[in-house]
Design a protein around this ligand. Structure first.
Ligand code: PEP
Ligand code: MN
Length: 336
């Protein structure tokens, strides 16, 4: 249930509603945005009687929220969430943000070379894993904290912001210190303890869709993060398991309008992990932008044939340059 306060409601009236929610054994969560304060009721197991609140001073409406996810839902918050990042970059409705870089950080030279190239083509955020969740324990696992230090240097030298993945609680603590956006990967989308910990950090979280996850399961994963107090969640569609061997995954672009309908959270698309091969990446990227994605996460490598992970799906810098040019013509007027 969402309790909407009158726009002239006093702090005392708001506190009165919060107190009543807590006295009933539920949790109260003020929802930011808009002219008036709204307070979400969480942790109720059954329906809450609106009459309990409607006659309280300052209360104008009590709206039942029918979805299992509450804080994530558009029923709770009508306005789109904008993620304000450093350097004036805003991610969210109407703005388009390009995040690009290698799958994994391999060396300082590799990271800086690619960062300078993607920056020159208009990327605002540099991606690159220091901790890699690999299907095989024998595959390259990433540089760990050394990789984070390299990412820090990339930020200082190029001014690009950094998105990088945390794979468990220990790496989350380190990643949260260095990253501008913390990525939770597809394989961890249902790691509920990690999601809860991600809800306690003060950095935006990019939550990838699990490769078998329904939209509801994905939004419930976002709810885990938000329920711990972190409202800065960015959803990232990266494809789900599919039949056929022509692509690594099936890029589900229907999630873009579906997320817009169900949630106020921004949604970006990763065509690289969906495609698995570089020739498929540009058309999927253009389709994602045309379908209304708030941004793209793209793997780019200056020497993809030597890449330690995901070389086959990494764009050459020149291909990335062409793609960015094409995207600019698709999104006139909303380019940073
Ligand atoms: C990645 O972004 O490098 C990654 C491992 O992605 P995903 O979790 O989508 O497989
Ligand atoms: Mn990758």
């Amino acid at each position: 249930m969402l309790i909407v306060m009158d726009k002239d409601a006093t702090q005392e009236m708001i506190q009165g509603v919060v107190g009543k929610i807590e006295a009933l054994g539920y949790a109260a969560q003020p929802i930011p945005g808009g002219e008036r304060v709204a307070i979400g009721i969480l942790r109720n197991t059954g329906p809450v009687d609106p009459a309990l609140f409607l006659d309280m001073p300052g209360v104008t409406q009590a709206i039942p929220v029918s979805k299992p996810y509450k804080l994530v839902s558009r029923e709770m918050k009508r306005e789109n969430t904008l993620i304000n990042l450093a350097n004036g970059v805003t991610l969210g409705h109407g703005n388009f943000v390009a995040m690009a870089g290698p799958c994994a950080i391999e060396s300082e030279d590799q990271a800086l070379t690619i960062a300078r190239l993607v920056k020159a083509e208009g990327a605002q955020i540099f991606r690159g894993g220091a901790f890699k969740p690999r299907t095989s324990p024998y595959s390259y696992q990433g540089m760990g904290e050394t990789g984070l230090k390299i990412l820090d240097k990339v930020r200082r030298e190029t001014g690009l912001l950094i998105v990088t993945e945390a794979v468990d609680h220990d790496s989350l603590k380190q990643v949260a210190e260095y990253a501008d956006i913390v990525q939770i990967g597809a394989r961890n989308m249902q790691n509920y303890t990690l999601l809860r910990h991600a809800g306690q950090i003060k950095k935006p979280v990019l939550l990838k869709r699990g490769m078998y996850a329904t939209l509801d399961e994905w939004l419930m994963a976002a709810e885990y993060i938000m329920s711990e107090g972190n409202a800065q969640v960015i959803l990232c569609e990266r494809g789900v398991r599919a039949i056929g061997g022509h692509a690594r995954n099936l890029l589900d672009l229907a999630t873009i309008p579906a997320v817009r309908r169900e949630s106020h959270l921004p949604i970006v698309v990763d065509p690289s992990h969906a495609a698995g091969r570089r020739d498929l990446v540009p058309p999927l990227a253009r389709a994602a932008v045309a379908a209304g994605a708030d941004g793209l996460l793209i793997e780019v490598h200056h020497e993809p044939e030597k890449a330690l992970s995901d070389g086959a799906q990494s764009l050459y810098p020149q291909q990335f340059a062409v793609l960015m040019e094409e995207i600019r013509s698709l999104k006139p007027g909303s380019w940073h």
